[in-house]
Structure formats: C-alpha cells, structure tokens
Design a protein around this ligand. Structure first.
Ligand code: SF4
Length: 214
C-alpha cells in the first residue's frame, strides 16, 4: 500500500547553499526525524515530528513554484516510509527540474528513485556518528550523485582522504565535497589541506549562511 503522507518540519523557498547546485533557487521540504545526533548539528528543529502532510500536496506545491530545483532534506529523509513516493511524485510533477535528496549516509540509498540526485554525507569521526555510516552506499552511488564530508579538524580530513582514496569515490559520483565545520575549522585551512592532498575534491562553503538566508 502506498504511503500517502510524510512528517514535515517545514517547507520554504531559498537559495540552495550546498552541493554543485548551490546558487539556484530551491523549494525545500524538510522531513522530520533523524536517527543520528551529530556533534555540530544545526537542524535540531527537525528532530521532533512536525506536521503530517500529504505527499500529493507537497508535489503540487513544487509543481506550482518557480524554483529552479527542489530538495528533500531533514533530519534524515530516508527514515520515513513515504520518502520514495514523495521523491517520485516531486520528480514526475516538476517538469524536468532536478530533485535532490540530502541524506546522512546511514541508510541504504538504493531506495532513492531513478533520476533523483543524492547528496550523501559520509560522517567523519568528529561528528560522533562515523560508526553509523553504511559504507556500502559508496558502491551504490550513481554518476549524478554527490558525496559530502563535513570536516572538523585534521583527523577528520585525513580520515576523509583515506575513504576517498580507498573507495575511489571521485570516480563513482559527480562530485566530492569537503566542507569545514563552522567555528571549528577555518575554510582557508581546509583549502590549504585540499591543495596539498592532490585530491580532486571541492571545497564547499554554505552559501545560504553567507547570504543570511534559511
Ligand atoms: S544527520 Fe543531519 S540532521 Fe541528523 S543529527 Fe546529523 S547534522 Fe543533524
């Protein structure tokens, strides 16, 4: 039986601040609930259940919006039974506009529908949640997916570089993104480390925070 609704913390339209899609207008659906508790989490408002919302109405809202893309985020979207139906309906009703899903890397990404783009975290040790990762996901990546490492310190950086090299992550997805934890690692330091590493990974800063947007 199809799931007809999902738990939603908020919906909003803003500028996409992360991934290679940064800078585009984006209709966000933030699903409620997360199975992790990262040390640097800035979306704790998504932990409790929000409003039960029909999948059809969310798909209609994206269809009617002028946003260039949509993103389903959380919390952890893949934890909700209605996620795949929501992603499929938004993809099919969006007139060909890209639909992204931001996932924390602890759930099997095989449930992400064809054509929907995964922006998948691999949690580093500094998050406190590295042990929760499903590293089998690195084999499930599709060419349009992106992988993000949020880096708190040098130990995280070296750990992330080892994962990228060991699993040949760059070859298995569209982009590998390294992002500094705000207040714990300066972007300039991370940039120096990336340059010295020789890895073809991208520095990612959170554009929406620079713009002081949601
Ligand atoms: S996965 Fe995301 S929402 Fe969940 S605790 Fe970590 S940073 Fe917060």
């Amino acid at each position: 039986m199809k799931t007809e609704s999902v738990w939603v913390t908020e919906t909003f339209t803003s500028i996409q601040g992360e991934s290679t899609w940064a800078g585009l207008s984006c209709f966000f659906v933030r699903l409620s609930g997360c199975n992790l508790r990262c040390s640097y989490c800035d979306t704790t408002q998504a932990y409790p259940r929000g409003r039960k919302t029909s999948i059809a109405s969310l798909a209609r809202r994206f269809a009617a919006s002028s946003a260039a893309i949509a993103e389903i985020t959380g919390g952890e979207p893949l934890s909700q039974s209605g996620f795949a139906e929501l992603a499929t309906r938004m993809r099919d009703g969006g007139g060909g506009r890209p639909v992204l899903v931001e996932t924390n890397g602890s759930r099997n990404i095989a449930c992400i529908p064809d054509g929907v783009i995964a922006i998948m975290d691999v949690k580093c040790p500094g998050s406190g949640e590295a042990a929760a990762m499903d590293l089998g996901n690195l084999k499930r990546l599709r060419p349009h997916d992106e992988v993000k490492f949020v880096v708190a310190d040098r130990k995280d950086f070296e750990w992330a570089c080892r994962v990228v090299r060991k699993h040949q992550v760059v070859a298995h997805c569209h982009a590998v993104l390294f992002s500094p934890v705000e207040g714990r690692l300066s972007p300039a330091t991370l940039a120096e480390w990336v340059l010295a590493s020789g890895l073809p990974v991208r520095i990612q800063l959170q554009l929406h925070k620079t713009l002081k947007m949601q």
